[in-house]
Design a protein around this ligand. Structure first.
Ligand SMILES: [Mg+2]
Length: 383
């Protein structure tokens, strides 16, 4: 409720400062705005962990917020996607899980995970042996993408006796692994990956050329159920790289996908266009005055991690606009110093955000964006 009041106050202040254009736009309905535009006005990319969910618990009325993006008959009226660096399950399964948790019908194509862009590697590695590492079912994910020869690191390690000398001391049983999601057993995975990477895929043999290595994301930390942040795949990458570089003559070579990689945002823009309501489906990309070919006037990245969500949106540039919440990794009272968001400080119920207050904020932000374009990020607004 506090946020609502802040927005209302802000709007009134704008009114007193004679910015009627701003206020008149915010009083129009979405359909009115849409009818005056050749392009969808905006789309939204939501991060999941720390924004929509904490563990499996919705944050801040996120189910109600998402329902506002559909009309009464359940048709999507505002295109949105989930743009997460998480993963480990197929997009179809994640969409099903999210639909149950959030109470709306989420399509698999609305779920973009850290490893989703691994599909682009199928042509190159379709018939190569893929070792998938990480929680969940990464081998099944890779197989669904089209890779023909995939083993989980569990399956792979089982072919080598005593490859993990600590296995006898481990009281748990892991089911799968990959670099498509967070490692479950760091010590075993680092050991086996070092074996694979320094021998060219033949553990126990001599040093050879390193095979290609891909990470689904490079998140140092993420917000889970525990009150403070948990170490993510980026932390695992640092550990693996540090050790590998001490035991191999050449430094580890790797590629990281996921946010903040600009290609992820470009792909999200394409997906959002596919979910834009008619009559925008068949629109061609237009050349925007601010430079570049884009379909949407504005795309909002709503995330909780400055170095991932906000940095990514900034690097992607127009039409992306970053919104930083206080519901996850970011807990600061001031805008983030290194990666300041275009709009920050959202910490209350998302259903408030997507009702009038957020719409006011978005319109304010859009207008301001067009005016400021060259303003230094240190001048980013706070709410
Ligand atoms: Mg997050």
């Amino acid at each position: 409720m506090k946020l609502f009041k802040i927005f209302v106050k802000a709007s009134r202040r704008q009114s007193r400062n004679r910015v009627p254009f701003l206020f008149s736009i915010t009083s129009r309905s979405f359909s009115q705005l849409r009818s005056h535009s050749e392009r969808p006005p905006f789309g939204i990319a939501f991060d999941i962990d720390g924004v929509i969910l904490r563990g499996n618990t919705p944050i801040g009325g996120s189910p109600q917020a998402l329902r506002r993006l559909y009309n009464e008959c359940g048709t999507l009226k505002i295109p949105y996607v989930f743009l997460t660096n998480g993963g480990g399950v197929r997009e179809s399964k994640r969409a099903f899980e999210l639909s149950k948790l959030l109470g709306v019908n989420i399509l698999p194509s609305q779920v973009i995970q850290g490893h989703s862009l691994f599909k682009q590697l199928v042509n190159r590695f379709e018939n190569e042996l893929i070792i998938a590492v990480g929680k969940g079912e990464p081998a099944a994910v890779m197989s669904e993408y089209g890779f023909k020869n995939v083993l989980s690191i569990d399956e792979y390690a089982s072919y080598f006796d005593n490859i993990d000398p600590l296995a006898q001391y481990k009281k748990w049983t892991t089911k799968q692994h990959s670099l498509s999601a967070d490692s479950v057993d760091w010590s075993r995975d680092i050991q086996v990956l070092c074996d694979i990477l320094r021998t060219g895929g033949l553990p126990g043999r001599e040093v050879a050329h390193q095979p290609p290595l891909y990470f689904a994301n490079d998140d140092l930390e993420y917000q889970a159920i525990f009150p403070s942040e948990r170490l993510g795949m980026g932390a695992f990458r640092i550990a693996l790289e540090s050790i590998f570089n001490r035991i191999h003559p050449n430094a580890l070579e790797y590629t990281s996908f996921g946010k903040p990689n600009p290609s992820v945002f470009k792909n999200a823009e394409t997906v959002l266009m596919q979910h834009a309501p008619s009559p925008y489906h068949n629109l061609q990309v237009v050349n925007h005055a601010h430079g570049g070919d884009h379909i949407f006037k504005t795309l909002y990245m709503i995330g909780d991690n400055p170095s991932v969500d906000i940095k990514g949106a900034q690097q992607a540039g127009h039409p992306w606009f970053s919104v930083l919440t206080r519901t996850g990794v970011f807990k600061g009272k001031e805008n983030h110093a290194e990666y300041p968001a275009d709009l920050f400080g959202l910490f209350l119920l998302l259903h408030h955000l997507l009702s009038l207050p957020l719409f006011v904020a978005m319109c304010r932000a859009s207008l301001h964006r067009h005016k400021k374009n060259s303003v230094n990020h240190s001048n980013a607004r706070t709410i």
